[in-house]
Design a protein around this ligand. Structure first.
Ligand SMILES: [Zn+2]
Length: 283
């Protein structure tokens, strides 16, 4: 399968085999401030560079949201040149492959369940804690979609009722308290420079949000990827687990674990491939 990952800073393509291994990959910078066709031509050139010696069962795409259900059109908040851009039909036309598009965080959740930390689990949340905070939730073995495909936006759970103003307009969202951009706004410094007390607080906020999700949806596992969480490592996860354990006390949610993603840097491409794998029912 081809996997395509589209973000505000870079776009990547990979050839992913049936076991979730990335056989080949390439990337380019996203010309985010360019017009729609210039961004498309950068992406089309990248996708066309995939080796034609391999055979592809389909093309899966993970893209920042929002988007119309199924990615028929995408309008990524941080790629202003694309508004209602017909991404799925463009890629299908370019590659001639069955093409499936989903939100990048939901794509990663599918990848985690396929060959990642949640492999074999039917109920879990997969989160990304980086510049922003996203997530995808699998219940009873199915990725939650919601009315317009937006289920899993864990970054907008309220973790501090009178907290900072979020980009969404509400106050105290997890994304406004614990994302990389929030840490930068709070401290004036990159997230990697955070002192121990701030790392503890960020972990605590993430654990608090996960506790709500676990209590609501009867989950026992949260996997976390993203540069902020993985960059902080053990102190982040210990703080998150402490808060999660303190706030998930129901018989079914007690014991919920929060652990690092093990897909590493390949997560977005493996997740993208998992989007079309679900569509075509590949094994
Ligand atoms: Zn928000």
């Amino acid at each position: 399968m081809l996997g395509v990952d589209i973000g505000a800073t870079k776009m990547a393509v990979g050839a992913v085999d049936g076991t979730g291994s990335v056989l080949w990959s390439a990337r380019v910078a996203t010309p985010s401030d360019s017009g729609a066709e210039e961004i498309w031509s950068a992406l089309a050139g990248l996708v066309s560079s995939a080796p034609d010696t391999l055979r592809y069962a389909g093309c899966g795409v993970g893209c920042a949201g929002p988007m119309e259900p199924g990615g028929s059109t995408v309008s990524p908040l941080n790629i202003p040149g694309w508004r209602d851009f017909p991404l799925r039909s463009r890629i299908a036309g370019l590659t001639g492959l069955t093409t499936a598009v989903d939100n990048d965080a939901k794509a990663l959740a599918l990848g985690e369940g396929w060959v990642g930390t949640a492999a074999g689990e039917a109920n879990y949340i997969s989160m990304v804690v980086s510049t922003g905070i996203g997530g995808g939730i699998v219940v009873d073995g199915r990725l939650l979609e919601g009315r317009a495909g937006n289920a899993g936006h864990v970054g907008h759970l309220i973790v501090e009722p009178d907290g900072r103003l979020c980009v969404c307009g509400a106050r105290g969202c997890l994304e406004a308290e614990a994302s990389g951009s929030a840490i930068l706004a709070l401290t004036g410094r990159p997230p990697a420079d955070a002192v121990a007390a701030l790392v503890y607080r960020v972990g605590t906020m993430v654990g608090r949000a996960v506790a709500d999700v676990a209590n609501l949806l009867d989950l026992h596992l949260a996997t976390v990827a993203g540069s902020v969480a993985l960059g902080y490592g053990a102190p982040f996860f210990e703080a998150a687990q402490r808060e999660l354990s303190a706030r998930s006390k129901l018989r079914f949610s007690a014991g919920c674990r929060i652990v690092p993603s093990r897909l590493g840097a390949w997560g977005p491409l493996v997740g993208a491939a998992a989007v079309v794998r679900r569509e075509i029912g590949a094994q």
